[in-house]
Design a protein around this ligand. Structure first.
Ligand code: AMP
Length: 213
């Protein structure tokens, strides 16, 4: 049995065409079903639904043989024990710094003042500001980061931006783009050895379907 870990939403939706290219169809809609393990049209392949930030953990420890996860999540988790054969070029977005439209970010950064930054991406934010020589106090959040500058919790946020509509709706502006993000296929290294043939078949089919939707 091959187990593929996916998270609901954009990653699940955008992985479906890749699975189809591998001749695999998921037989239940995760938005309608309460099941966490979904059967597929291929009796030897199943999908497990996990929280996005848990995908690398499932694959690393063998709870799943393969998974699809955003580069953001992968960087924060670390990629120890994970083979990363493909950039799937799905769920594209960017990690950016955003502030309230009335906050003078350029001066704050130039003057070397301490910046309070709220984010779920503590590792990415720490490295980015350290490389710029900017002192930051990092505040780890798990939910909507957009609220932090509006309530005075932080001066800036580091968050995923796609269309920019969420920032705009909350009177925030994107002031720096830290990195471009897309989702990666990650594979458990032991599974790759033990189940080489079926896993290789999936990797090859995914590779042939990248960018075609
Ligand atoms: P947008 O309004 O299109 O810029 O989307 C921003 C919101 O969607 C933020 O709350 C982000 O955290 C979230 N978001 C954007 N792109 C992604 C993605 N690829 N994966 C997960 N969350 C995302």
């Amino acid at each position: 049995m091959i187990t593929l870990a996916l998270s609901k939403g954009r990653i699940f939706d955008e992985t479906l065409p890749l699975l189809k290219a591998a001749g695999i169809e998921v037989l239940e809609d995760p938005e309608k079903s309460r099941k966490l393990i979904l059967p597929t049209s291929h009796p030897g392949v199943r999908v497990v639904l996990v929280r996005a930030s848990d995908v690398p953990t499932y694959v690393q420890y063998g709870g799943a043989d393969l998974g699809v996860t955003g580069l953001d999540t992968l960087i924060e988790h670390g990629s120890l024990g994970l083979y990363q054969p493909l950039d799937l070029q799905i769920a594209r977005c960017r990690v950016s710094v955003a502030v309230r439209s009335d906050f003078d970010y350029t001066s704050a950064v130039r003057q070397g003042s301490r910046l309070k930054v709220a984010t779920k991406y503590v590792g990415i934010a720490r490295e980015f500001f350290a490389a710029k020589g900017v002192h930051v106090d990092l505040i780890k959040l798990y939910g909507s980061m957009e609220l932090a500058p509006l309530t005075g919790l932080a001066d800036a946020i580091v968050d995923l931006v796609s269309t920019g509509n969420t920032l705009k709706a909350n009177q925030l502006v994107e002031v720096e783009r830290i990195m471009d993000i897309s989702s990666r296929l990650v594979v458990n290294q032991a599974a790759l050895k033990l189940k080489q043939q079926p896993i290789r078949r999936i990797i090859d089919a995914f590779a042939g379907a990248i960018g075609k939707n």
